[in-house]
Each structure stands twice: as C-alpha cells, then as structure tokens.
Design a protein. Structure first.
Length: 494
C-alpha cells in the first residue's frame, strides 16, 4: 500500500487547465444548501451531465438569509458557501477514493480515471508507457485527483407568480464553484504525498475531515419551469410535473451560468485535420454544439494568450466510448465540425466549447399592403445540423380601429445551409395555430384563420448579429395584401 502511494506521489505530467489544450472530465459534487429563508430545490440523475463525472448529491445548510431585493452574490454568501464546501469535502474524497472497509478501492478509482481523460490523452499514455503499467495508471489517477470540484447550489424561496399568461414555478438561485484539494502542496504530487502521510492506516477519518477548497467563481441566476397558460398543442404539463422539472433545472441552470466563468468546465481539444476533434459521446457532445477555435499567440514580452479565430459547430458526434487502457488498439470515432462564422479554423488550433442558449430572435417586417411587423423566435433542435423549430408572430395594426391589433401566431420548422462562414440560406415552413384580435384592452380568438407560409431567407452573419432578407408565400393573400411577400429582419443569436 505504502509503495503504491509512493508511486502516486511521483509527478509524471501536470495538467494545467489554463494552458493545456486537453480536457480532463471534471469530477463534480453538487450540494444543495438553501438560504435559511429558501427552499430545498435541486436534484440530479445519473445522466444529468455527460461532460462531468458526477458524485452523489449532498445536502448542506447555508446559515444565512437571502435578501429578496438583491440578486447578486455577496461576500457573506461566498464565505457561507465556502464553509458548506469545506463541510462536505471529506465526503467528496471518501467517494473519490472509494474508501471501503478502511481502505481505498483502486479498481474503482481506475474505472473512474479511465473514463475521465480524453481519448487523445489515454492513447498517448498507453503509447509512451508500454511496460510501465503501474506508472501509466498512476498518470491517469493523478489528473483525476487534480480535477475535483464542488458546486454549491443555494435556492431562494419558491414562487408560482411567474407572469400573466404563464404558469409554473421559479426560484432565484445563488451558486459557487470550488476546487477541492487533498492538501496545500505546491502541486498535485506533493498534495498526494501529504494526504497519504496524514491518513495512512486511518482512511475512515477522511469522511469526517475538512480539506482545502478554493473559490473559482460564484454568481446568481434564476431557474424556472414554466409554460404558457394557452395549451395550443395539448401538451401542457401538470403543476406537479413542472415542480419536479424545476428540481432538475436548478443544477443545470447554475452550471450553464458557471461555464461562462469556469474555464475548467469547458470541453476543449486540439483541432485535427478536416475539422475533426477527439471529443465525442463520452464528453456529452451534441449536434450543433458551438465550438470556437483559438490560436496560441505570443506577445512582445513572451506571454502567451489565446486569440479567438473561427466559430464552428458539431456536424456529427463521434462515439469515443472506448477503453484504451484495457484495449490499446481500440479506435474511437472523431467528431466532425462545420464552419459557422469568424475566421478559418485550422489544424492545430485549440477548439473549445462555447455555451449558448440556442435561441435566435429576429425582429423585422414583411411588406404587403402595409408593413406587417414580424417577430420570429427560433431554437436549434440538436437533432440535425442547422435545423430549427420556429415560433412566428405577424402583427397587423389599425385594421378596423385606430389602436387595434391582429396577431397571427405560427409554428414551423427551418433548415439552413451554410455557404462559407458568412452566408446561410434557409428554407422554412409554418402553420398558423392561433389568431387573436385585440382592441381596447380585450381580446378574442378567431376560429378558422390558419395561414400556411413557406419562405426562403438568407442570413448574412456578423458575429451574433445576422441580417436576414426573406421572400415568402402565404395562403391568405387577400388578408396579407399579397400572396408573395418580401421582407427583412435583424436576428440575434443567444
């Protein structure tokens, strides 16, 4: 046992997240620690976050009350969250080391480590460490121990007051991300050595001990599980289902906010030939996930920095769930990217995941007898590249009286085709599901008016802002003024 830990203490490779182009799948423990005047909201499932090696959900007590008038986190919150993270740090290491019967279970640790690193990293270790199996395995365990995090979730009160035309639940939410260490060594190797000396023969004490934690980022956001009160498609959930959905959304909402500030949580790797990367199903990639390419640059002082170059998206996800430790000859599939904007992405650049909401909002007009205000909301389906579902709203003003309005709500689909990095022609079709006439503060739904529209558009992309001219055909030409309409809008991608 002692010999094994001596080997573990030898540092072969130290992975630095700030400089490395490779992604070590973080080991993450979520802990729900509500404010004293908050609610116990939040849960996870085994498949909640494929990009993370999830530990058991923990419960904690924050010990402070939320100020309903302030949504930003305070120093008081950061201090309270730090205490929560310290209080469960022993439980985290107890689970990571799989301590059972007074001893770590290294077979379980190796299973976790083999699934933590990228195919590229594992293949490199196998290729360079043939005949040194123990050392090669230790190289896998060491990065695992150096990539362990705690995410504190602190919900405020639960409310069902979510808007005039919506129903469901929401909660304000504070969050904090901590890196948890084994000890205060100068690097992971020395920390392992100090940890080993302290707990050798006393492994059962790990669970009840506190370990160093470092605050990486904290913030505030809102988690909501809502739906329109108008059940147009007959798919509305019950309030109980919405409440259960909120439990699952709390960690996801916090993680989405945290990824903007925690670089360690962003999958990244080197861009390979023909716009391919060695990330895939194991890291939870999905079609149309956004990846930005970066080039390593050096300034006049010799300091290196990452310069953003191209914007790319996942075209097809490679299956890389292969065990290269058990089977060095196994081959994982590559994930294929496609160009979506910016400058050209080249082989050897760093390709890094860039979170997004996946929603685009377009505001513009169609020209009939008069200008028709048009608002379009699109959402990437993640089933096929550049495929969207649409909510389209046509607004007619002053039809009968000054100040009246007719609103036509339509649902549809769109398929876009990138031409280079700047142009994206698309074809779309939609069906009117609801027409509403409003005047003097009252409204009424009109039956039997369900226009079908088919159109072509061309997105000219300038970063997240797109200029989108379009031409469309509708089945209610008498009402729209023309059967064929031209128009344009400005789209912003969130």
């Amino acid at each position: 046992m002692k010999k094994l830990f001596t080997i573990l203490a030898v540092l072969f490779i130290q992975i630095s997240f700030s400089q490395s182009s490779d992604f070590v799948r973080p080991t993450v423990s979520f802990v729900v620690a509500p404010y004293s005047n908050g609610e116990d909201i939040g849960t996870i499932t085994d498949g909640s976050f494929a990009a993370f090696d999830l530990l058991k959900l923990q419960k904690g007590k924050l010990g402070i009350s939320a100020n309903p008038k302030k949504s930003k986190v305070t120093d008081e919150y950061n201090e309270a969250a730090t205490n929560v993270a310290k209080s469960i740090s022993g439980l985290v290491w107890d689970e990571v080391f799989a301590i059972n019967g007074g001893s770590p279970d290294y077979s379980k640790m190796m299973q976790r480590a083999a699934n933590t690193m990228t195919e590229k990293q594992r293949a490199g270790f196998v290729a360079t460490m043939q005949g040194l199996e123990t050392q090669a395995k230790n190289q896998l365990i060491e990065p695992l121990l150096d990539a362990t995090y705690i995410v504190v979730l602190s919900p405020h009160t639960l409310t069902s007051d979510v808007g005039k035309n919506t129903e469901g639940y929401q909660t304000n939410l504070s969050w904090a991300v901590f890196k948890v260490d084994l000890d205060l060594g100068i690097n992971i190797s020395s920390s392992i050595n100090m940890f080993t000396k302290k707990f050798e023969g006393k492994w059962n004490d790990v669970k009840s001990s506190e370990f160093p934690v470092k605050l990486i980022a904290s913030g505030a956001t809102t988690a909501s599980s809502t739906q329109s009160t108008k059940d147009v498609l007959g798919t509305n959930k019950s309030m109980q289902e919405l409440r259960s959905q909120l439990d699952l959304l709390v960690p996801g909402t916090a993680l989405a906010a945290a990824q903007k500030d925690v670089q360690e949580f962003l999958p990244r790797t080197l861009l390979l030939k023909d716009m391919k990367i060695a990330l895939g199903t194991k890291e939870g990639l999905r079609v149309d996930d956004r990846y930005w390419s970066y080039q390593m640059m050096e300034d006049e002082n010799g300091k290196t920095e990452l310069k953003r170059m191209g914007r790319d998206r996942v075209k097809s996800v490679g299956n890389n769930n292969v065990d290269l430790i058990a089977n060095p000859d196994a081959k994982g599939e590559r994930t294929q990217l496609y160009a979506d904007g910016g400058k050209k992405s080249r082989q050897g650049m760093i390709s890094m995941y860039k979170p997004e909401v996946g929603i685009g909002i377009t505001a513009g007009a169609k020209m009939g007898d008069d200008a028709i205000i048009n608002v379009k909301i699109d959402y990437r389906t993640k089933f096929s590249p550049n495929t969207f579902v649409l909510i389209d709203i046509d607004l007619f003003n002053g039809l009968i009286y000054e100040g009246d309005q007719l609103s036509v709500y339509s649902l549809g689909f769109k398929k876009a085709f990138n031409v280079g990095r700047m142009f994206a022609p698309g074809i779309w079709a939609q069906y009117g599901v609801l027409t509403e006439y409003s005047y003097a503060g009252s409204s009424v739904e009109l039956d039997g008016f369900n226009p079908v529209q088919i159109g072509l558009d061309l997105a000219l992309k300038f970063g997240s802002i797109h200029f989108v001219p379009q031409v469309s055909f509708n089945t209610e030409g008498d009402f729209y003024g023309e059967s064929v309409l031209v128009g344009a809008g400005i789209r912003y991608n969130f």
